[in-house]
Design a binder for this molecule. Structure first.
Ligand SMILES: C[S@@+](CC[C@H](N)C(=O)[O-])C[C@H]1O[C@@H](n2cnc3c(N)ncnc32)[C@H](O)[C@@H]1O
Length: 209
C-alpha cells in the first residue's frame, strides 16, 4: 500500500498529471474526465443527495458537487491533499482518515445517499476492498448507493493484456478492479457497470433486496 507521504508529495502535480494522462489516452488515467462527469451525473440525478467522497484527493469532485447543492464530506489520509481540497471546496467538510472500517469517529453513525470512491479504492488489496465495501452498507441511507470509478477491466485476462501492453509503466503496487471478480465477491450488492475507457469503469452498487 502506498503511504500518505507518497500522496503528500504528489499533491502539487496531481491534477495536471491526471489530465495530461487522460488527454494522451494512456493507462492509468485514460477516461479520467469522462469518469468524473459520469459520477457527477449519477449523484446529481438525486436531488440534494448527501455524499461521502472516499480518497477525495484535491477535492475537485467535492467542489463540483457542493457547488451543485450537495452536502459533501471528503475523507483522505493525505494532509496535503486535504489542505488543497479545503481551498477548492470551501463548502465541503473534510476529515482525515484511512479507507478502512470503522470510519473516523467524527463519521460514526452517519449515513449518506451516495458514497463515492474515484481512483482511490485501487490502493487497497482485493480483500481490503471487499471488506470495506461490505461494511459501508451500514453507512448508506435508505435507497443509498456506492459509486466506484476506477481503473478497471471486465476480466483478469483483460487486466493482464493491459499489464503486458504497458510493461514498465504498469504499477504493481495498485490493485485494480476486475468486473466479474467484483460481482462474485459482493453478492450483497446489485452491480451496474458503465464502461468509460479501455482501462476505466464506473460501478453503481445498490444493496440487494
Ligand atoms: C489517485 S488519488 C484520487 C483522488 C480523487 N478521488 C480523484 O478522483 O482524482 C487517490 C487518493 O486516495 C487517497 N488514499 C490512498 N490510499 C488511501 C488510504 N488507504 N486511506 C485514505 N486515503 C487514501 C490518496 O491520498 C489520494 O488523495
Amino acid at each position: 500500500m502506498q503511504s500518505e507521504t507518497t500522496f503528500d508529495l504528489w499533491q502539487p502535480y496531481y491534477d495536471a498529471h491526471v489530465i495530461a494522462c487522460d488527454e494522451a489516452g494512456e493507462y492509468p488515467f485514460a477516461g479520467y474526465r469522462a469518469l468524473q462527469d459520469q459520477i457527477f451525473e449519477i449523484v446529481h440525478a438525486r436531488e440534494g443527495a448527501s455524499v461521502l467522497d472516499l480518497g477525495c484527493g484535491t477535492g475537485r469532485m467535492a467542489a463540483r458537487l457542493s457547488r451543485a447543492g450537495h452536502p459533501v464530506t471528503g475523507l483522505d489520509f493525505s494532509r496535503a491533499m486535504l489542505s488543497e481540497a479545503a481551498v477548492n471546496a470551501p463548502d465541503a467538510r473534510f476529515v482525515p482518515g484511512r479507507l478502512a472500517m470503522p470510519l473516523p469517529e467524527e463519521l460514526a453513525g452517519e449515513t449518506y445517499d451516495c458514497i463515492l470512491a474515484a481512483y482511490s479504492i485501487h490502493h487497497l488489496t482485493d480483500e481490503e476492498k471487499w471488506a470495506l465495501l461490505r461494511a459501508l452498507r451500514a453507512h448508506l441511507a435508505p435507497e443509498g448507493v456506492i459509486v466506484l470509478g476506477d481503473v478497471s477491466f471486465p476480466t483478469r485476462a483483460g487486466l493482464e493484456n493491459c499489464r503486458e501492453a504497458y510493461g514498465d509503466k504498469w504499477d504493481d503496487e495498485e490493485y485494480y478492479l476486475v468486473r466479474d471478480e467484483l460481482e462474485a465477491a459482493l453478492p450483497e450488492y446489485d452491480v451496474d457497470c458503465i464502461p468509460i475507457s479501455f482501462c476505466a469503469d464506473v460501478y453503481i452498487l445498490s444493496p440487494a433486496e
